[in-house]
Design a binder for this molecule. Structure first.
Ligand code: ATP
Ligand code: MG
Length: 139
């Protein structure tokens, strides 16, 4: 059965462009409840830990530089079928391929600076939430 939580980050490009409020509004209007949320700023090392799964990919170093280049918002979201529904709301990784009306279509500027992160499985949603928030089960 699909879980009811996912994890998101509003990435430095969207924060820098002043789009965080508009993105959070879309998230809430799509039926997600914000369970936990904070503004933070990753070091390059910590960005590298978060995206460790991609460490062999050619874009890994650039990705870590970019993700540590400015503030982000990290948040845990709750909704039925949260992981899949949130991936639908944000759209494809590359905004050029993202469906009309998705967050990445509206706000992303490149395949790297793509406005938001969304977990790809229930298991990773739990791991990624724990990366930023202690004792998430109490929320
Ligand atoms: P995310 O995990 O951030 O939600 P995703 O699951 O759609 O994105 P992944 O394949 O997990 O995509 O890639 C993680 C992030 O790495 C992307 O969101 C993007 O910022 C960056 N990225 C992915 N592919 C490329 C690429 N070919 N060139 C540059 N950056 C990339
Ligand atoms: Mg991913």
């Amino acid at each position: 059965m699909a879980g009811n939580r996912t994890f998101t980050m509003i990435k430095p490009d969207a924060m820098g462009a002043g789009n965080a409020g508009a993105i959070l509004k879309m998230i809430e209007e799509a039926g997600f409840r914000i369970v936990a949320m904070k503004v933070t700023h990753l070091t390059k090392e910590r960005a590298g830990q978060f995206y460790e799964v991609h460490k062999e990919r050619p874009f890994y170093n650039d990705l870590c530089e970019y993700m540590s280049s400015g503030a982000i918002i990290a948040a845990i979201l709750e909704k039925d079928n949260a992981v899949a529904d949130f991936r639908t709301l944000i759209g494809a990784t590359n905004p050029a391929d993202a469906a009309e009306g998705t967050i990445r279509k509206l706000f992303a500027t490149s395949i790297e600076a793509n406005a938001v992160h969304g977990s790809d499985s229930d298991e990773n949603a739990a791991i990624e939430g724990s990366f930023y928030f202690a004792k998430t089960e109490q929320f």
